[in-house]
Design a protein around this ligand. Structure first.
Ligand code: Q9C
Ligand code: ZN
Length: 337
């Protein structure tokens, strides 16, 4: 299986994050990707598809903000990572403020995505790996490819960052696949956390189906999205499926729900699948509360592959860094079995 990865994805390395009300070291570390790349050994550098496919998902204002934010932060006399502390809550006017602090808040929904000098570069190459995986399937007889995305993407919306995510790699890949005529396209999100950004991006888009299995947002981040009654809107009504699960979920319940999600994806008519894969469902994950084991990922991968869709796997979360490569490789072996 072809793996796409670029060392420039390692440049983004914030210091710290706000976790349950106190500062902790940043969990979404470059070493996560290093651990996966070391375990998989062979990977290819992505091609450069430019900004166009990114702008099919994200607004120009948001992309301009991301590229410029850190320079503005230092111009404002700040040191260290750029981080928001004030947010325009629902109902406020869409003010076009110039102040960097106001912009950071306007383009993010939480404090979990500090920006550093090279954050844009890493986010840019992360999304190019996802595009390269789609491009590869388009031009070869392979049916599956792996994009070792990092930073992750599924919490980022059209014009906001959050949850360690700046650009939505899976959404950009899915829309690109659709525009290349590879569809009907579905996104299956099996990260521990709900993929709120991907849901938002496709919520009114009847062309792309979104299904997510995740920790019940009544108790877990990102709280404000991911509830079972969110089903899509207008012409896309019925093309969004949320399956929230309780804390401590183990393989038997998880696999039954995965089978259900896959049934819906197939019934909808999908031909092309983007999997947002997070290994933060693992029992040893330091910020999550499911109980999947390394060998369970083999089972999940095999179940997905048995549906015989063209499949791009996009890396999302997973913070038990020392076993992350093992977990990813178990999943990919299942997909190839
Ligand atoms: N106390 C991904 O897995 N912090 N992002 C939550 C919980 C943000 C996770 C704090 C977690 C984001 C891609
Ligand atoms: Zn996650």
């Amino acid at each position: 299986m072809k793996v796409f990865f670029d060392e420039r994805q390692l440049l983004h390395a914030p210091d710290r994050e706000m976790h349950n009300g106190s500062w902790t070291s940043y969990q979404e570390t470059p070493s996560r990707a290093v651990n996966i790349a070391d375990r998989l050994k062979d990977y290819e550098r992505p091609g450069d598809f430019g900004l166009d496919p990114i702008l099919q998902v994200h607004t120009e204002k948001y992309v301009d903000f991301l590229r410029d934010a850190y320079a503005q932060w230092t111009e404002a006399g700040r040191e260290g990572d750029a981080i928001a502390y004030a947010f325009p809550i629902v109902g406020r006017r869409g003010l076009n403020l110039k102040r960097i602090d106001a912009k950071l808040g306007a383009f993010s929904f939480d404090t979990a995505t500090p920006l550093t000098e090279n954050s844009w570069t890493s986010a840019y190459w992360s999304v190019q790996t996802a595009l390269s995986a789609v491009h590869h399937l388009e031009h070869s007889s392979d049916t599956v490819a792996f994009a070792l995305c990092r930073p992750p993407g599924h919490h980022a919306g059209a014009d906001y960052m959050g949850g360690y995510c700046m650009l939505n790699n899976a959404a950009v890949a899915a829309r690109y696949a659709h525009m290349q005529g590879l569809g009907p396209v579905a996104v299956l999100d099996i990260d521990y956390h709900h993929g709120n950004g991907t849901q938002d991006i496709f919520y009114a888009d009847p062309n792309i189906y979104f299904a997510s299995i995740h920790a019940d947002p009544a108790n877990d981040y990102p709280f404000y999205w991911g509830h079972a009654d969110e089903a899509g809107k207008g012409p896309a009504s019925g093309s969004n499926l949320n399956i929230p699960l309780p804390r401590d979920t183990e393989l038997p319940v998880y696999r039954a729900k995965l089978e259900l999600a896959l049934d819906h994806i197939v019934e909808w008519g999908s031909r092309f699948l983007v999997v947002s894969f997070g290994a933060d469902t693992h029992i040893d994950d330091p910020i999550s509360h499911f109980r999947l084991r390394t060998e369970d990922y083999f089972t999940l991968g095999k179940m997905i592959a048995s549906r015989r869709l063209q499949t791009v796997i996009v890396m999302e979360g997973g913070y038990a860094t020392s076993i992350l490569g093992e977990n990813v490789s178990s999943f990919l072996e299942g997909v190839m079995s």
